[in-house]
Write a new protein. Structure first.
Lengths: 114, 114
DNA sequence: TCCTTAGATCGATGACTGTCAATGTATAGT
DNA sequence: ACTATACATTGACAGTCATCGATCTAAGGA
């Protein structure tokens, strides 16, 4: 049996995946992974994540204009990225500051190529 | 400016992406990447890719039963994975044999973690 | 030349997703 | 308290997607 890493998706803990090719994914693993890739499968979210990962921290208010989306839409997308564990938000005063979670990106990357 | 690799999506060639975090993605880059992640964002396709990557070659006919999907659905999913460059198919006689494209998976992986 | 088989394509349908206007909920300043 | 601000949530709508039955195409075999 291949090495297994632990990956957290939303609330559920997933024993996850030597590599895509090392062993056939179970239905449950595939569902959880699909959620993560689904979060990455939207251009607006990819640009959003790219912006957040490029800076140390980004305020929600700084995303609206460059992405040319309304405030509710930005909120919707940050929610999905956060649910996938790709970003984390911290509310300080009136602003929510978002940070990327590099370990998360690396976990997904390892899954694809190890 | 960050290192740029070349990535082919379907027919179009994309100058693509030091890393998500190294520089903000353009709209065009984000669209192309979203297509790739979209191909990975379905549980049936992930299991399919996992099966193909685990063997050397897999016949379409060998996917129907374990995935519990109809033949048109299998055909639909292989098409999407192939359009994203993640698998390639070769028709030999009556059967189509599918192979994974590891370089492709690695290119995506590098994008996430380099 | 038929018949069979593997796979692709078409058409329909139900489910999901991105989007925004309107509204709700805190927080900060006055 | 009152007002303004930064986000979240809700509701609605349009567009996309997964799925399958039916049909089509191409390749073998009899």
């Amino acid at each position: 049996m291949a090495t297994r890493k632990t990956l957290v998706v939303g609330d559920s803990v997933v024993g996850c995946c030597g590599t895509l090719g090392s062993q056939v994914l179970s239905v449950g693993e595939a569902d959880d992974l699909a959620q993560i890739f689904g979060a990455l499968a939207d251009p607006a979210r990819l640009r959003m994540l790219s912006m957040i990962a490029s800076s140390d921290e980004v305020c929600s208010c700084a995303l609206e204009q460059p992405l040319e989306k309304s405030q509710p839409t930005i909120s919707h997308h940050t929610r999905i990225l956060a649910a996938a564990g790709l970003i984390v938000g911290e509310r300080r005063g009136r602003w929510t500051w978002w940070r990327a979670v590099p370990e998360r990106l690396e976990a997904v990357a390892r899954l694809l190529s190890d």
